[in-house]
Ligand binder design. Sequence first.
Ligand code: FMN
Length: 224
Amino acid sequence: VTVPAEPDFFTVVDTQRALRRFGREPVSDASLRRILTAATRAPSARGAEPWFFVVVRDPSIRAAIGAHYRRAWEAGEAFTVATDADRDVRERPYYPRMMRAAAHLATHLAEAPVLVVCCLDHAQLGPIAGPDGALASPVSAYASIFPAVQNLLLAAHALGLGGTLTTLHRHFEDALKSLLGMPARVEVAAIVPLGHPLDRAGPTRRKPLSTVAFADTWGAPFGG
Ligand SMILES: Cc1cc2nc3c(=O)[nH]c(=O)nc-3n(C[C@H](O)[C@H](O)[C@H](O)COP(=O)(O)O)c2cc1C
């Protein structure tokens, strides 16, 4: 699919894919500002806007994150194979392609010209987090950062850039936080690599709506 230079919203949504291979060309400051501004248009619990975004372009920091990411991927892959953890999705038609692409990203993360580290500040969650920072309502907490991450991904795609949401950093979060000089109260929710994609966007393939949307009661088909 060729996405027009200024695509309409539904073209953007319907062609958004995880794009994990990037050219060397840098992402302009103007594009990054537009993308980050779109991220900050998102909703959040209590209107608190408890997000921060660390835009990592420094090659040595990217390399350090990339090395951690690769180790976490290799450990995760070994665990997945040993426990057959993906047995519920392994037979899906796009699973092998997704895994190949994710494995490529794992060994090339640092080649993305930008890594956006998307952060959630527990100190701005009010009653959603207790005084020790523990989450009283994980749903409300993460629902206060991931809409922003999705806005970021959609905005990047609308500008012809590619990226994907990753959460593998959970296996090296302490190291990541110290690498970036982050305060203890701030949690990393996602790392989004961004760049000029080498692969083509959608159309996005998903389960048919009829299998996931119900009318009024559970299981009653939503006819539209
Ligand atoms: C919570 C979450 C974690 C993800 N973690 C990773 C990851 O660690 N590595 C990766 O390459 N993609 C990751 N993805 C991207 C998914 O694999 C991708 O969104 C999904 O396969 C759909 O791909 P498509 O939009 O190209 O169809 C993650 C997505 C989500 C929502």
